[in-house]
Design a protein around this ligand. Structure first.
Ligand SMILES: [Zn+2]
Length: 322
């Protein structure tokens, strides 16, 4: 059985053929012409599909998953990636389905990138064998996805688990989404860097003043840098505790660029959980780093598509944890 996968991002369009153990049999990518017209973008997707279809394994294709930068509407089959302005409600599912090499009758499965990451972590990564998990991507934005009762829970439009836009500060700054005090406005890499800069921190000469530079400064004891991570950790802890109270999480997985800060993020986050996760059933939920940084989008797209066939995610969910 071979699963097809596409991963559409603001910088690259990747494709792969994946076997039923999650191995990439074929992988290809090209740069996203992100500022170009809609059809030129679709041309890049078609090129990736053509290349995948030229491999023998394509003949055994059983499903095709598409992970895309959001927002996505999986019910409508459309994508409107923030970083790809020419695609607004672009009918990506229909266009991929209509590609000449797509097998007749095969309906591509669309998922948002954070939901794909969740599917990947559940299939092969840190959430393997876990029945109820929240997987988060903390980078320039904050996204997430849910596994409930052993299955991926994408929701009606594919956006369930979008924890970045939960309000944790009632009177906080208005987020790009329009609501006040969102997690994303406090805990994203962008927010961490902005908080540190506002407190008077500056990046070393030649370095980009981003969350990674703030993390380096925090490790060297810079109190302004540490405060920025502390605030991010506080926002994440409040949102994770709330999610735990709603659905009784067994595990929280955090990936994305900001998670690369390691203990600089995870130590205050685990400490702050004690402030918010105070009920017996919410206390002591493990919070761990993601395992599949590389190609999580492709593996997750394959997992989400194959779940519709009854595997592999459904199989693995029932298996004991390694
Ligand atoms: Zn928001």
């Amino acid at each position: 059985m071979v699963y097809g996968a596409l991963d559409i991002g603001g910088t690259k369009i990747a494709g792969a053929l994946v076997d039923d153990e999650g191995r990439l049999l074929v992988r290809t990518e090209r740069a996203t012409p992100a500022r170009r017209p809609a059809e030129e973008l679709m041309g890049a997707v078609s090129g990736v599909l053509d290349e995948l279809a030229s491999h023998l394994a394509w003949e055994a294709l059983s499903c095709l998953g598409i992970a895309s930068a959001g927002p996505v509407d999986t019910a409508a089959g459309t994508v409107s990636p923030v970083n790809i302005p020419a695609w607004r409600r672009f009918p990506l599912v229909e266009r991929v389905r209509a590609h000449p090499r797509t097998p007749v009758g095969l309906r591509p499965v669309l998922v948002g990138d954070a939901v794909a990451m969740t599917a990947a972590e559940h299939w092969l990564g840190a959430a393997r064998g876990v029945d109820n998990a929240l997987c988060m991507v903390v980078s320039t934005g904050v996204g997430g996805g849910l596994v409930l009762n052993g299955r991926l829970h994408p929701g009606r439009s594919g956006n369930a688990g979008h924890i970045g836009h939960i309000t944790v500060d009632l009177d906080g700054p208005v987020c790009a989404c329009g609501a006040p005090g969102c997690v994303e406005g406090l805990a994203s890499g962008t927010a961490i860097a902005a908080h540190a800069l506002a407190a008077g921190w500056t990046a070393p000469p030649g370095a980009t003043p981003d969350a990674a530079a703030v993390a380096a400064a925090a490790r060297n004891g810079d109190v302004r840098a540490r405060a920025a991570y502390e605030r991010a950790a506080q926002a994440l802890a409040a949102a994770i505790a709330a999610t735990t109270a709603l659905v009784e999480l067994d595990l929280v997985v955090i990936g994305g660029g900001v998670a690369q800060a390691g203990d600089t993020l995870f130590t205050p986050l685990r400490r702050r959980m004690a402030d918010y996760a105070v009920l017996d059933f919410t206390r002591d939920v493990p919070i761990v780093p993601a395992r599949l940084a590389l190609d999580a989008g492709l593996i997750g797209a394959a997992a989400a598509a194959s779940a519709g066939l009854g595997h592999p995610a459904a199989h693995v969910a029932a298996a004991p944890r390694p």
